[in-house]
Write a protein that binds this ligand. Structure first.
Ligand code: 1PZ
Length: 215
């Protein structure tokens, strides 16, 4: 078996989101969710240093969550559902404005969750793109339709500059390490439903508890 160290495939990362789902696909395992994110970060870092300002923020959010998992209340952070019940039930979440809990698990996961929506839109655009499509345009469209709505002007500006440094479509497909263009398209078609499922379960949970606008 090839180790992910030698042969890093975006397909494996995306499929790994499948293992997040527990409780009849109604809950998400935090540890596996973070593992999925670590794979995405590795992929992003492989695209060049210009993307490190993006991955830095994701890395620090992964770290915040890993500290909770390792901490004395670690078992309360086993799934997103148990995290929400614990943090909300113990008033550990700043609900309307930032206060005593600027790094709650709930608001930290929400940032990653919003970024997952961007990823979903971007990869779907890539999957259905044609040879002359520009990755930077697809990426910017996906971003402006999702994550950008939560970012201040300066970050939006910087992000849109970074997008221009994205490799062209063929190269982008190559670094995914999946195979031919057709194989990439097939892989995305098979793997993205797992990411979408995780996104939907999280969205539903946050929506039920009114947590979608956490500061
Ligand atoms: C593959 C191409 C990579 C392009 C990535 C496109 C993402 C848009 C750029 C976002 C810039 C992030 C800089 C830091 C933003 C933070 O202020 C926010 C809010 O957190 P807060 O300040 O409230 O604590 N952070 C986020 O929105 C999370 C961003 C994570 C971005 C991860 C991108 C996904 C990478 C997947 C690569 C395949």
């Amino acid at each position: 078996m090839s180790t992910t160290e030698e042969k890093f495939s975006l397909g494996e990362v995306l499929v790994s989101f499948k293992s997040c789902l527990v409780d009849d696909d109604k809950d998400v395992l935090v540890e596996h969710y973070l593992n999925g994110w670590k794979g995405l970060v590795r992929f992003m870092n492989g695209l060049g240093t210009i993307f490190s300002f993006v991955s830095k923020d994701a890395v620090s959010k992964i770290q915040i969550m890993e500290n909770y998992l390792k901490g004395e209340n670690g078992e309360r952070y086993r799934t997103l559902q148990s995290m929400v019940e614990y943090e909300v039930g113990s008033s550990l979440v700043d609900l309307t404005k930032r206060g005593n809990h600027p790094e709650s698990g709930c608001r930290t996961i929400l940032r990653l969750h919003r970024a997952l929506r961007w990823l979903q839109l971007f990869l779907e655009k890539l999957r259905t793109s044609t040879e002359d499509s520009k990755t930077s345009t697809l990426c910017a469209e996906a971003y402006n339709d999702s994550l950008a709505n939560y970012h201040p002007w300066l970050i939006r500006k910087t992000a849109n500059v970074a997008f221009l440094a994205l490799p062209v479509r063929n190269t982008f497909f190559e670094v995914m390490n999946v195979g031919t263009t057709q194989q990439v398209v097939d892989m995305l078609g098979e793997a993205m439903p797992y990411v979408s499922k995780v996104y939907d379960v999280t969205q539903e949970l946050y929506s039920q508890h009114n947590l979608l606008e956490l500061p």
